[in-house]
Design a protein around this ligand. Structure first.
Ligand SMILES: [Zn+2]
Length: 535
């Protein structure tokens, strides 16, 4: 045990040692390889939420999820996938979806049986589109909208009588195009299908060859389900205090949110966030045994956090208690790596209620406290703050194993974690007689992720599936708000750089630095608008 020095160990009371033993067991279970990194929608997530529901039940909490269970299911839209009923057969040989071909979502679904010759463009036949020139002419524009250009060509072919458009790149050295599960483009009346290099080599090396084509394109929504775990202590009180932590993590890094560049590996997420999850379990036990009766208590383990606060956002939009009656929310995300000997504890959301200033002292006998005023941050409390609920966010700091496979249980500082639990418990105790804490909006939120030097200052809507990035909220005092953007605007362009999704949006942001002046293109409803913005 890394941090359990003898002197400190001796100071621990029996009850404290019991909590530490429980924390160890809980973190060990949640960060075991068996759970494969607790990725939302995976078998590992299921093992985790079943375990947590079992723990909530043992603690004696009441189920407040769906249909009197501890679980609250929510859907995550992953766009469209190619249905298994689809096929693409050329000269009797079946091509593999994704690997050999894929449909563009702006093309029609349907079936087609035809003879074709790649070199000929006849009315009523499939036409072929070599995108070599389009790609080469856009070479100096890294954010060129290739889908838009292909669609434009396909629409022109459709008008001239093509029954389908087969798109390919005649240079075998080119970087392969990949299927994209989201599209915002209007749908054409004919299928548009990309043929990948493997099949181009086989069938299109001779443009005058006869091709017998049998095509069926069908796509379907790809939905994955995540589960929050919700337990309740009902004291018949007018207000409810919510304490939550996310339990999902990165799996093997499939969602491109890992910082690991080595071989494929399980991301166990002991600190992120088995630590916060176990904190919630132990806090629930303490409060259940306590005499704190002036509030009800709701304990929530969120899923979908790593994909963009999706679980907490669903929770606040489908709350099991009236949000007007939520007193405040406490979030614990990464509380397992308290530094020795500095004991730095970061507390976000300090500005979300004037009450926090009265309760939280700057000086603490154990912790060195760092306060951040903002109610918006990179974790689930943000979802509650955006519903005008006072929040506090507890975080013991980042480290070199953050979002990497090395975030393992043996590196957790359990004594530090115990102290965080006691601190939060005391704080809840102090609010017992305070009634409903007033809410205040905060002025200087810090949302910018460390990888990027600039941000627009919007909360992206992670469940939005169209082209561009939809702003769920525009943050006061940040560039987007100063420029005149509003919540609900869809950001589609920064200067000439367009983006499909959040990943490409992040890449575009990476091109700028503080002080840069740009033009931001947005859609407000159906109206395209442009704003001058300074980062
Ligand atoms: Zn994380």
């Amino acid at each position: 045990m890394l941090y359990l020095q003898n002197a400190e160990a001796q100071k621990l009371k029996k009850a404290d040692r019991a909590i530490i033993q429980s924390l160890k067991n809980e973190v060990a279970f949640l960060s075991d390889d068996k759970l494969e990194g607790r990725r939302t929608g995976s078998t590992g997530e299921k093992l985790a939420y079943e375990y947590l529901a079992g723990q909530f039940s043992q603690i004696g909490l009441l189920p407040r999820g769906d249909s009197n269970t501890f679980l609250q299911a929510f859907a995550i839209n992953e766009g469209k996938e190619i249905s298994p009923s689809s096929h693409f057969i050329i000269n009797g040989e079946e091509l593999a979806p994704y690997k050999d071909f894929f449909p563009f979502l702006f093309g029609a679904q349907g079936t087609l049986e035809a003879f074709a010759v790649a070199a000929f463009k006849e009315r009523g036949s499939p036409w072929f589109l070599d995108i070599k020139e389009i790609i080469e002419s856009s070479a100096n524009n890294p954010h060129f909208d290739i889908d838009g250009a292909i669609r434009q060509q396909a629409e022109a072919f459709e008008k001239k009588g093509a029954s389908a458009v087969f798109v390919f790149h005649s240079d075998p050295q080119t970087e392969e195009m990949e299927y994209h599960p989201f599209s915002n483009h209007p749908v054409l009346n004919i299928p548009v299908v990309f043929i990948k290099q493997n099949a181009v080599k086989k069938f299109l090396h001779d443009p005058s060859a006869n091709l017998e084509i049998n095509l069926k394109i069908e796509t379907a929504d790809k939905i994955k389900t995540g589960h929050n775990v919700i337990g309740y202590i009902d004291n018949g009180a007018p207000y409810t205090i919510i304490a939550g932590a996310h339990f999902d993590h990165l799996g093997y890094g499939e969602d491109h949110n890992s910082l690991w560049t080595g071989e494929r590996a399980i991301h166990n997420g002991a600190d992120d966030n088995a630590s916060g999850t176990s904190l919630i379990l132990e806090l629930a036990k303490l409060i259940k045994k306590s005499k704190l009766r002036n509030n009800n208590y709701l304990f929530v383990c969120f899923s979908g956090e790593e994909l963009g606060l999706i679980g907490s956002k669903y929770f606040t939009n489908h709350p099991p208690v009236n949000l007007q009656q939520v007193n405040y929310m406490i979030n614990a995300d990464m509380v397992g790596r308290l530094n020795e000997p500095s004991h730095q504890l970061n507390i976000g959301g300090y500005g979300t209620s004037p009450a926090w200033g009265k309760i939280l002292e700057n000086e603490h006998k154990y912790f060195q406290l760092n306060f951040d005023s903002s109610g918006v941050g990179p974790s689930d409390h943000t979802s509650f703050y955006l519903k005008d609920i006072p929040v506090l966010f507890f975080f013991t700091g980042s480290h070199s194993d953050y979002h990497k496979p090395g975030d393992d249980a043996e590196k957790i500082n359990y004594i530090g974690q115990l102290q965080v639990i006691k601190y939060i418990y005391q704080l809840i105790d102090e609010t017992n007689n305070m009634g409903k804490l007033p809410f205040t909006k905060t002025k200087e939120p810090s949302i910018d992720s460390p990888q990027f030097t600039v941000g627009l200052g919007v909360m992206p809507d992670y469940s939005y599936q169209g082209e561009g990035v939809r702003a769920d909220a525009v943050i006061d005092g940040k560039p987007a708000q100063k420029a005149g953007l509003l919540s609900g605007d869809i950001i589609i362009k920064i200067d000439d750089h367009s983006f499909h999704d959040l990943t490409s949006y992040m890449k575009v942001l990476g091109l700028y630095k503080k002080g840069d002046a740009v033009k931001v293109g947005i859609l407000r409803g159906d109206n395209p608008m442009t704003f001058d913005l300074v980062f």
